[in-house]
Design a protein around this ligand. Sequence first.
Ligand code: NDP
Length: 298
Amino acid sequence: MTTALVIDGKAFAAGLRDRIAAAVPAFMEVMGRAPGLAVVLVGDDPASAVYVGSKGKATIAAGMESFEYRLPGNCTQAEVEALLQKLNADDKVDGILLQLPLPSHLDEQSAVGAINPDKDVDGLTPISAGRLALGIEGLVPCTPLGSLMLLQEQLGDLSGLEAVVIGRSILVGKPMAQLLLGANCTVTLAHSRTKDLPDIVRRADIVVAAVGRAEMVKGDWLKPGAVVIDVGINRLAPAEEGAKGRLVGDVDYGSAQAHVRAITPVPGGVGPMTIACLLRNTLVAAHRRAGLSDPEGI
Ligand code: NDP
């Protein structure tokens, strides 16, 4: 029995963050300022506050400028969109991230749509999605972008490979399928209504699981030698009261290992790539807005 290679997303993300930090001084020399990322948090959801805090820290650690804006949970749609318009017009801000989810009385789609697509470092505006679909240069959602980087690092050229993406969310599944198509894979996009999912997955050289169901994909669904990217983050019920449940992915890691060539662990696989790609998108947005060519190797 062979054991799969563990794709170390944490190490890859650390390398990417180092390359980003190394590219910042050259931008500063030309522009007289660091690239800037503005993060907007509406309300006081504790998990969102933690994400915003770690994004800010990572931005500063890369030598970029971090701007944090907090709006109260009862603010109006007009207030959120007015802030986004202000950030669109602010020359020091290269990237804008609106932390989701918004409180339920706000219209997320309309708020996201207010972000200037050239500063849309989350890649979620309709124009960013359209650019990705049309193959036009733009900003791509961070989690699928990070997943693609890990696949290319493992496999090099992905041309002609069969890829199955499980999950069709706007945040992960759909852009992932577009990116793989752009890399010349033959792509199947599966979802909750897909019939015979195990048989479809068995065809795949590349499997990307973005479902949100703990350990759903079993080892015997996987083609021998496949490369698996497990995007899912699921917390299992704790074994005892007061304890924290274990984090697992959408793939049954134990049974998958015997079948596949390489697999991302959870945690430590795709997760660390998401923030690293947010920094990457901010740096790239800063260069494009300034009319500079994209930094190399990032
Ligand atoms: P969503 O809930 O938005 O989408 C889940 C998708 O899975 C839907 O398209 C749904 O299909 C599909 N699905 C649900 N059940 C099944 C099933 N039984 N068989 C096949 N497909 C199914 O989730 P996200 O895309 O936002 O996130 C997916 C997972 O990735 C979550 O665990 C999330 O925590 C994690 N995640 C991790 C990130 C990271 O940084 N590592 C970042 C973002 C997400 P349908 O459309 O038909 O309902």
